[in-house]
Design a protein around this ligand. Sequence first.
Ligand SMILES: [Zn+2]
Length: 164
Amino acid sequence: MKKFIVLGIIFFMNTFFINCQTFNTNQNNNEKIEFKVKKSEKEWKEQLTPQEFDILRNKGTERPYTGAYNMHFEKGIYECKGCGQALFKSDNKFVSDCGWPSYESAIPGAIVYKEDRSLGMVRTEIICSNCGGHQGHVFDDGPTETGKRYCVNSASINFINNKK
Ligand SMILES: [Zn+2]
């Protein structure tokens, strides 16, 4: 009888640990996303300026009100500076007093969302779905109908004029 109890406990413990592992895997799901564009750190450093590298590859943030596109409202598309994938449309950009380019929505499929618990906050990080480049965060305090505010670094995007 004792044997069965011991076996039962072992079985229970195993189930418990397996569940924990499953839970952890889910938490880190986005870490395992395979991005189409894969480059070594050296290759990224050759392609990007130190600031762009810090933001796109190390999740850095440019200082507010310093970016080229904070108050930029020409008609066109904003592409990922890492890989050139179209991420945001000028039609979805709005004036925000947060100091960074802000959009009410992203081009469908262009962004991957990931929970970010750094700096003692829970935020949703936004990442280019093609190269994994960090773009910024999305918040639920947008002033437009979508209620979203995609807060993006100017240094991680390139503006492409519609006329070109
Ligand atoms: Zn990209």
